[in-house]
Design a binder for this molecule. Structure first.
Ligand SMILES: [Zn+2]
Length: 452
């Protein structure tokens, strides 16, 4: 079935040259002449026309126009008049989805600390997000209560990407081996206090990288999550017989808690028979969430492909972006999504796992969908067909015939990335000596100065 969708999106129909040749109403409002009252402003700032909209929350998978005003979704309908928008963009043949949400990224960089996810191992998010359609990331526990506000000041408050965070149960966060193994620094009360101080920004509690036999990190993370009303995300660290995966997902975690790195194969996710560990199925029945968290060492075809064949699909797709994954098998959010297309998941199911599912997992109901009134984070994707290869963390390749390309990203109602200039005028149509060509009501890239 997915093939028929893809074949309708044959690349030949979607070249940038053809997009620019299509009749794109510029919708530019002429400046009023001197002495005249300004013409009434159109009701919409930006109109995305004619794309196939995938909105899992609203169960829409059909060609729709999407209108945006004041940074919010203003209308979704079969046809919306382009004259009603300051800017209308023709997106025929493309997909429009809610802004992608990556709930496992490492972004606490800039401290200068070596070999640390509260330092050099992390990346500045803006270099990776909008170009791949991601508008929101959740940092997966780089900071704990001791350094969260430094992270906020250094990165969260200065980035264009919407950054939310899982707070590490370790007070020092992911500063490296000795810090992350220190049971005495896994205190519940100060973590809860910090989470309560930043509601809507701290969206979960993280435990990760623990090598010892104790349950303390998980138990304290769950206790903090319970007190703060937040989900817990677990990177289960070293595989220890004293604290087996089965007990984690069938007893220790609560419904809504998130097991990440589910296709790593590092902790018995696949049992020796080659089938999915039955404990994962039992955990799923209890409401435990299973997340991809691809990273530099947590996604293998020999684990993921058989699991997918058995129907054990992820609840959410995420990158585990950091310096060790950004140029290896993982690459970026779309590459991880491509892997699930290659394993036979429909594009609708892939998009749901990168939008509405992760939004729900971190209880961010205003994100991940295109309901009227929702935050206008929107991603425009092209399905490119050809011969591609997708690699896992050991460098094993799966061949693929489709990949997702981000054409346009809108955050808070403004265009923040436009690969082929589909929202821009052709330069020959502009006056000699032209300046910035956009309008601040829809354009986050090249808005013309506002004339008063
Ligand atoms: Zn991670």
């Amino acid at each position: 079935m997915i093939w028929s969708v893809w074949s309708r999106l044959a690349l030949v129909a979607l070249t940038p040259a053809m997009l620019s040749l299509s009749a794109v109403p510029t919708g530019q409002t002429p400046a009023p002449a001197a002495g005249q009252a300004p013409a009434a402003s159109p009701p919409y700032d930006l109109l995305l026309r004619g794309a196939h909209v995938i909105d899992a929350r609203n169960k829409i998978s059909a060609v729709r126009d999407v209108a945006i005003a004041g940074g919010r979704i203003a209308a979704v309908a079969a046809k919306i008049n382009p004259a009603d928008a300051v800017k209308a963009v023709d997106l025929s043949g493309l997909y429009v989805t809610p802004g992608l949400i990556d709930i496992h990224a490492h972004t606490y960089t800039g401290t200068g600390e070596r070999r640390s996810y509260a330092g050099d191992n992390s990346v500045y998010p803006d270099g990776f997000t909008f170009r791949t359609g991601v508008t929101t990331v959740a940092d997966a526990g780089c900071a704990g209560w001791r350094n969260f506000e430094d992270f906020k000041d250094r990165i969260i408050d200065r980035s264009k990407t919407r950054i939310l965070a899982f707070l590490n149960i370790v007070g020092n966060g992911m500063r490296g081996g000795n810090y992350e193994q220190d049971l005495a620094d896994m205190e519940v009360a100060p973590a809860v206090e910090m989470a309560r101080k930043h509601p809507g920004l701290i969206v979960g509690i993280k435990t990760a990288h623990f090598a010892g036999p104790e349950w303390t990190p998980v138990e304290h993370a769950v206790e903090a999550g319970t007190l703060a009303g937040l989900p817990v995300m677990v990177d289960f660290g070293a595989n220890r017989p004293e604290r087996p995966l089965s007990e984690l997902v069938t007893k220790k975690l609560r419904p809504g808690d998130i097991y990440t790195h589910v296709y790593s194969g590092l902790r018995g996710e696949q049992d020796p028979s080659g089938h999915v560990n039955p404990a994962l199925l039992e955990g799923r029945k209890r409401g435990v969430i299973f997340d991809v968290g691809h990273g530099g060492g947590s996604f293998l075809w020999r684990i993921a492909a058989p699991a997918m064949k058995e129907g054990f699909v992820p609840d959410s797709i995420s990158t585990d972006l950091h310096i060790g994954s950004m140029n290896s098998g993982m690459k970026d959010m779309l590459n991880v999504m491509d892997k699930f297309l290659a394993m036979g998941m429909t594009i609708d199911d892939v998009i749901a796992r990168a939008t509405w599912n992760p939004a729900r997992e971190i209880k961010q109901d205003a994100l991940g969908h295109l309901s009227v009134g929702a935050i206008a984070d929107v991603t425009v994707l092209r399905v490119e067909r050809g011969h591609f290869g997708l690699t896992d963390h050991n460098g094993a390749r799966m061949d693929a015939t489709a990949r997702l390309v981000c054409e346009l990203t809108v955050k808070d109602g403004k265009v923040v990335y436009d690969l082929n200039g589909i929202s821009r005028p052709a330069w020959q149509t502009l006056p000699a000596g032209y300046g910035p060509t956009g309008d601040a009501r829809w354009d986050g890239l090249n808005p013309a100065p506002i004339r008063r």
